[in-house]
Design a protein around this ligand. Structure first.
Ligand code: GLU
Length: 446
């Protein structure tokens, strides 16, 4: 079956899952040539098999709110592919979570995890539970209730969840506690745990730091550096905070953060003190807009950060945050590099616009793979019951991001479609796909 006929079938069978279709289309349009180079792929229907999750587990979560009332949410785990290792990927708690969103995230995760070079398959899960405005006790009760169901379907060699939007170390720790309680096993079944009971140093920083290490490699490939570059960051969560921090370490000037309420702009650039303030403010679930009173700058309600003149944009908020209009703003702002910290923050039109205007674009499945890469390192530390130091892990993270970059570069040289700039998008999809597809061919038809 040709790639295009697989896409048509997915579009027809899953017409009600737009995010999943978008993720499949994006991979399909770039891997066609590599796919046709190996007749085994079509013969064994490798792409079609990769588009159908191994299984989707869906369950009800009952929990009690602070008023003693019963609340009900839906929980899911999409076990997409364990071709090259145990299912691996985060859990997202957000009201927008549904099967389409989790299938898109799980599908992306297959290729992202393969790109890290570590033995991890792809999965994703979560719930439509909204953590916003919930007390700590409510979060705890929800996490316990969620794990009471999920624990039956995960395990250190089977499926290893972690955090994502709405799930940080607090939530992972609550879920880990319930898993231990139910199974009596202290094992590496979740990553992103607290340091001191199995968690890895640098896991918290890894996605944001890894993103900037990837960017640094892109710049180096163009004989350039981050020194003196102006950077737009969207989002203000874990990825955004640590991307801004690492960009600052490498000499960049970050001038924006944003959240669902608006954009924070500081033309002087965010110093370490200011970034620490953003971290503390977000941890305390207080508004970003309080910044202006303390440090100056401006708060722009209901606005995204792309209107300011800059060299680099790091979208670190969520999927489809950059559509046609925002992509045009990026072009007008003079941005030369768009590197995705979030998963699929640019929609298909936005990708077309930035690529056709000579902007170098790197997709999240490569650029934000540092988080799951350090999760992979946490799994191996748990298996041998040893810890590695911060500097050892930071060095490993830098090495992994460089390898991902270089793998993309060579796949882009062979299959890339853009002439004036490196086609990291094709590079990521081809390099990730080939690693998984070759495993499926080796397995036969199971
Ligand atoms: N949620 C993160 C991602 O999108 C991390 C997943 C993990 O560490 O397993 O890659």
């Amino acid at each position: 079956m040709s790639i295009q006929s697989v896409v048509k079938k997915i579009e027809k069978n899953y017409a009600h899952q737009p995010e999943f279709i978008q993720a499949v289309q994006e991979v399909a349009m770039t891997i066609e040539e590599a796919y046709e180079n190996n007749p085994k792929f079509a013969e064994l229907k490798v792409f079609e098999r990769l588009c159908e999750p191994d299984r989707i587990i869906s369950f009800r979560v009952n929990w009690e709110n602070d008023q003693g009332k019963v609340e009900i949410n839906r929980g899911w785990r999409v076990q997409f592919s364990n071709a090259i290792g145990p299912y691996k990927g985060g859990l997202r708690f957000h009201p927008t979570v549904n099967e389409s969103v989790l299938k898109f995230l799980g599908f992306e995760q297959i290729f992202k995890n393969a790109l890290t070079g570590l033995p991890m398959g792809g999965g994703k899960g979560g719930s439509d539970f909204d953590p916003k405005g919930k007390s700590d006790a409510e979060i705890r009760r929800f996490c316990y209730a969620f794990m009471r169901e999920l624990h039956k379907n995960i395990g250190k060699d089977m499926d290893v969840p972690a955090g994502d939007i709405g799930v940080g170390s607090r939530e992972v720790n609550y879920m880990f506690a319930m898993y231990k309680n139910l199974t009596r096993k202290h094992e590496g079944v979740l990553t992103g745990k607290g340091v001191g009971f199995g968690g890895s140093l640098i896991r918290n920083e890894a996605t944001g730091y890894g993103l900037v290490y990837f960017l640094d490699n892109m710049l180096k490939a163009n004989d350039d550096t981050l020194e003196g570059k102006t950077v737009l960051v969207s989002g203000a969560g874990n990825v955004a905070q640590h991307a801004a921090e690492k960009a600052l370490h490498l000499g960049g000037k970050v001038i924006t953060f944003s959240d669902s309420q608006g954009t924070l702009h500081d033309d002087e650039g965010f110093t370490q003190e200011k970034i620490d303030w953003v971290k503390a403010q977000k941890d305390a679930r207080k508004p970003l807009s309080d910044y202006v009173e303390k440090f100056g700058g401006e708060w722009l309600p209901d606005t995204k950060p792309w209107q300011f003149a800059a060299d680099i944009a790091l979208p670190c908020a969520t999927q489809n945050e950059v559509c046609e209009q925002e992509a045009k703003q990026l072009v007008e702002s003079g941005v030369k590099y768009v590197v995705e910290g979030a998963n699929m923050p640019l929609d298909a039109q936005a990708i077309d616009i930035v690529r056709s205007h000579g902007i170098t674009y790197a997709p999240g499945k490569a650029a934000n793979a540092g988080g799951v890469a350090v999760s992979g390192l946490e799994m191996s530390q748990n298996s041998v019951r040893q810890y590695k130091s911060f500097s050892e892990l930071d060095e490993k993270l830098q090495g992994i991001m460089k390898n991902i970059h270089d793998d993309l570069l060579s796949a882009a040289k062979e299959y890339g479609k853009t002439k004036d700039v490196v086609d990291y998008m094709t590079g990521a999809n081809v390099a990730g796909f080939l690693k998984v597809a070759n495993a499926l061919v080796a397995y036969g038809i199971l």
